[in-house]
Design a protein around this ligand. Structure first.
Ligand SMILES: Nc1ncnc2c1ncn2[C@@H]1O[C@H](COP(=O)(O)OP(=O)(O)OP(=O)(O)O)[C@@H](O)[C@H]1O
Length: 690
């Protein structure tokens, strides 16, 4: 293993053996190069596409080919993790890959061919018997971002309670089945397989109603996990020693390509997002990043206490032996997590000039800076669709800042590849976050940025939501995508040569924010320019404005507060992106005399609808402001909020360090119930009128 030994996660691949039903694999598609045979520190996996004569190669820690079975992978890769569990380190084996790439075969196995979990179970049972340890198991399924207990016939939902400070995760509602070793233990692996498969492992015992639901959803896909808990027995009872996790992820399928096999697109997106989230966690752990994005998916939150620290991860990318674009995407992701070991860990104590966060310029200084930066750099922009435009641009900026921050800490010898690395890292993150990412290669520095142009081109080919434009090209042509029409807006909006015209298009289909780096030397050094047109006032000012607008509205509509207090704050609501414009109350139109009774009803109905729409907007705006406040306020300010004391304020600070509060549901993570959240929001809204 050599240099990879210090890493948290080992990233390997396994090429699926061909089944009787499948054609013999095209030998040319995947080839594996192990420079030092079985002991190779890294292995190169190459993919050749005969039709396009394109060849892509990726580096991983190792790749097992068709002839190498689960037994070999177990003894070389998993057994050391199992042994670690008995000395207190948790182990996690994750199989990911395209649909039908052999993930279940790898984790669970099939009759006569035990998978890694079955082999590990046999090993753990044997070791537990020898050392007098106790074993229990849990099985869960994550479907549409909800976790369910598979040992529970009613499949109750599992809730995750995180104790961030102590790095502990409590899985409320996940049952553990303890096994009497004497009765369960057998040295025969096939028997273990049969028992596990038939009784517990991945065999959910559905109630009739649930079975019917599953039949109605033939393509139900989910992540499935097995936890084998090991306890040591002492006088005060069984104490947890370590646990071994096995995760069989749902298959990856790029939803933007052709069919999704009838699978619900939303379900597919949720699955893909969680696959990316897991890969991001592995990447961050291997890169020793200070921030590990555990909170981005249910699965990573569940596995959290098995992933960090001294715990070990084995990530297996299952590869189809015949051509599969989705397999390529997966191996690319895996390789990224694997290669990051070569990154130099940023020294957080040294705050260099280049690490200064780009700041928002005033409009007067903006054009001067624009002139200064016009000749140099790459311009990037972010957007999303109408529903998530603002959130996407903010997320995009955060991604960019974080990427620049860690990349700029590199040694100067690596500077040449910096823009390229930043662009491709942001692009990958943007894809995972479903943020549209633009790259403008500016005049004057084209030759310096040739690499970026090529990289962007290749990323675009691979269906990244990333578009590349060059201001040297009069025809801003770009690859067709589902957002083509929106992109045209974006191009006009942040056209490099018309910088001064750049205005965020909040009312249009899409919104884009761009940012200007405060220090032009940063631009020269890195050839990267961010232009920001967002001049949002501070939260307190925004809250005041909001409060004023509300008061104005209410003075013109006496029942406003009453109605507002009756409007339920749905904690499941997506926070919208529109900002609430302060409204000047208008003099009511003179009412025309009406004879028809139905007309009266219609009119009142229409104005009711208008009013309701306004109320909803106000509610959403307030929720939005509230969340923004949670994400930015100091501890003292947080404590001024209703229902937030010292403990919750501390908790909020800890949680938002990891990822910002995105909706009111996130407040559950600080121990609030739905009812409490609603109550607090009502109090906050009502408080504006005191
Ligand atoms: N190494 C192998 N040798 C022989 N058959 C295999 C191998 N790997 C997988 N298979 C077979 O290929 C088929 C698909 O495999 P499997 O169900 O494990 O894929 P999967 O990736 O889990 O699929 P999904 O994405 O649908 O969950 C199964 O019939 C399985 O038995």
């Amino acid at each position: 293993m050599g240099p990879n030994q210090a890493r948290k996660a080992r990233v390997i691949a396994k090429i699926k053996g061909s089944t009787d039903l499948e054609p013999e694999a095209s030998a040319k598609w995947i080839s594996v190069h192990r420079p030092e045979g079985d002991d190779s520190g890294t292995t190169t996996v190459s993919f050749g596409d005969e039709s396009t004569s394109r060849k892509e190669s990726y580096e991983l820690d190792y790749c097992y080919d068709q002839s190498e079975g689960n037994d070999l992978i177990f003894s070389r890769e998993v057994k050391p993790l199992v042994e670690g569990v008995f000395s207190g380190c948790n182990g996690t084996v994750i199989a990911h890959g395209a649909i039908g790439s052999g993930k279940t075969f790898t984790i669970q196995g099939s009759e006569g061919k035990p998978g890694l979990a079955v082999l590990a179970m046999a090993e753990i049972l044997s070791m537990a018997e020898e050392s007098g340890k106790l074993i229990s198991i849990s099985c869960y399924e994550i479907s549409k971002d909800h976790a369910y207990d598979l040992l529970d016939p009613n499949r109750h939902e599992v809730l995750i309670w995180e104790d961030v400070a102590r790095g502990k995760v409590q899985l409320k509602g996940l049952s553990q089945a303890s096994y009497n070793l004497c009765c369960f233990w057998t040295s025969n692996c096939c028997e273990v397989y049969r028992r596990i498969s038939e009784t517990i492992f991945f065999e959910s015992k559905f109630t009739d109603k649930q079975s019917q639901k599953m039949i109605a959803e033939p393509h139900h896909r989910s992540h499935k996990g097995l936890i084998i808990h090991v306890f040591r027995d002492n006088e005060s009872g069984a104490l947890p020693l370590g646990k071994m996790n096995f995760v069989d992820l749902a298959g990856y399928e790029d939803g933007r390509r052709k069919s999704t096999g009838g699978v619900n697109l939303l379900e597919n997106n949720i699955i893909n997002k969680s696959i990316y989230a897991l890969n991001n966690v592995v990447y961050a752990l291997n890169a020793n990043d200070s921030h590990v994005p555990y909170r981005e998916s249910k699965l990573t939150r569940m596995l959290r206490d098995s992933l960090g620290g001294t715990n070990k991860i084995l990530m297996i990318t299952c590869l189809n032996s015949s051509y599969c674009q989705d397999s390529l995407c997966m191996v690319k992701l895996a390789s990224r997590s694997c290669k990051c070991v070569n990154r130099i860990i940023p020294d957080s104590t040294k705050k260099t000039k280049s690490m200064v966060r780009p700041t928002v310029l005033s409009s007067s200084s903006k054009s001067a800076s624009a002139t200064a930066t016009k000749q140099i750099g790459t311009r990037v922009g972010f957007s999303g669709n109408k529903a998530n435009a603002k959130a996407s641009t903010i997320k995009g900026r955060k991604l960019f800042d974080e990427t620049c921050h860690s990349a700029k800490s590199k040694k100067s010898s690596q500077k040449e590849s910096l823009p390229l690395e930043i662009v491709s890292t942001v692009a990958e993150h943007a894809k995972q976050e479903e943020v549209t990412f633009f790259v403008f290669v500016l005049s004057g520095v084209r030759s310096n940025l040739q690499g970026i142009s090529q990289e962007v081109e290749s990323l675009t080919e691979d269906h990244y939501p990333l578009q590349a434009f060059s201001s040297e090209e009069s025809d801003l042509s770009f690859k067709a995508s589902t957002q083509e029409t929106k992109l045209v807006d974006e191009v006009n909006m942040i056209d490099q040569n018309n910088h001064d015209k750049a205005t965020p298009n909040i009312d249009g289909n899409a919104e884009s924010l761009s940012f200007v780096a405060a220090d032009p030397t940063i631009d020269k050094e890195n050839n990267l320019v961010l232009v920001n047109n967002d001049e949002s006032p501070p939260i307190s000012v925004r809250l005041q404005e909001l409060s004023k607008s509300l008061k104005l509205l209410c003075s013109s509509t006496p029942s406003c507060l009453e109605i507002l207090s009756k409007t339920d704050v749905s904690i499941d609501d997506q926070v919208p992106t529109e900002t609430l414009e302060p409204k000047t109350p208008k003099t009511p139109e003179p009412r025309l005399p009406v004879n028809d009774e139905s007309e009266i009803v219609d009119n009142s109905c229409a104005s009711w609808k208008t009013f309701s729409a306004h109320s909803l907007k106000m509610k959403d705006s307030l929720v939005n402001e509230y969340l923004g406040f949670l994400n930015t306020a100091s501890k003292e300010d947080l404590k001024r909020l209703k229902g937030i004391g010292e403990k919750r304020a501390t908790y909020i600070l800890e949680l938002r360090e990891e990822s910002p509060f995105k909706n009111l549901n996130d407040l559950k993570e600080i121990g609030m119930s739905d009812k409490q959240i609603k109550g607090i929001m009502k109090q906050e809204m009502g408080g504006l009128f005191n």
